[in-house]
Design a protein around this ligand. Sequence first.
Ligand SMILES: Cc1ncc(COP(=O)(O)O)c(C=O)c1O
Length: 344
Amino acid sequence: MIDLRSDTVTKPTEEMRRAMAQAEVGDDVYGEDPTVNELERISAEMFGKEAALFVPSGTMGNQVSIMAHTQRGDEVILEADSHIFWYEVGALSVLSAVMPHPIKGRNGAMDPEDVRKAIRPKNIHFPRTSLIVIENTHNRSGGKVIPIENIKAIRNIAKEYDVSVHIDGARIFNASVASGIPVKEYAKYADSVMFCLSKGLCAPVGSLVVGEKQFIEKARKARKMLGGGMRQAGILAAAGIVALTKMVDRLKEDHDNAKFLATKLKEIGYMVNPEEVETNMVILETSNLSVDASRFVKIMEENGILSNTISESSIRLVTHKDVSRKDIEEALNIFEKLFRKFSR
Ligand SMILES: Cc1ncc(COP(=O)(O)O)c(C=O)c1O
């Protein structure tokens, strides 16, 4: 099977497994796990923030950040196609009792003036806007990099109204590798950033939240409340340290493979725009095929390729460490055969 469903399917490297086996550990809830402490130190330094917190998942990282930034009854501005709005089980309303205020963006980027308009004025009838979330790269837009100028402009507006900014940077290293902008620079325009070790960086588990000390203390308490205090978590953090220090530069390979895949799919006749491919995702539209997206995903699976739909007429293909250029070439042979059968 050629697995193009997600970069989350990547397996840990041999170096990660060795580091995990040899990790020095302690009780992290007591702050005594040296490997977790080291991972948090490296993360805070990389992002130019005072402190960091290791959490089991990107979802928990986003949710403890929302809990730490908001109060019950507040409103959170986010992009209408964001992961937090679509795929986190409505957690912000359940756990933090806040209301999402979705804004439709372009390629995942919200227009700063739309953000300004969405911030609630002081009025007894209105909730308080306390947080704006930016997702970079933007998953449902096909891994689009949010331009730094857009982030800066939103940050300036947020400052004007005393609203915090959180970046859901599950794939911020993909953004950084594609744009050449260091993650520290992105983080400069946010109060907090969540990033994942377990996607393109291939660690088996884990994400981090970075921010100022006081914010991280609140997030740590929220993590405990959610049952995310993990004791001898150094075993996991050890793989995370390898992910952060050894696996970032190779993301370029995934981006090159995605571009190659898109270019060749277009040559075959598929509705794919290689110009739109900025990181490790390719969006394939199915409206020139005789079957819809979910049926085509099934057909692809029967022929050896795994993928996911993102709508009734589009499929997402994700490149990562565990699909080589040779695998992509093999996938293209299958795609060619399928196009002959299913093109309209
Ligand atoms: C943009 C974004 N944010 C957050 C997450 C959540 O990460 P996790 O699956 O580790 O909870 C994902 C996962 O795919 C994501 O794509």
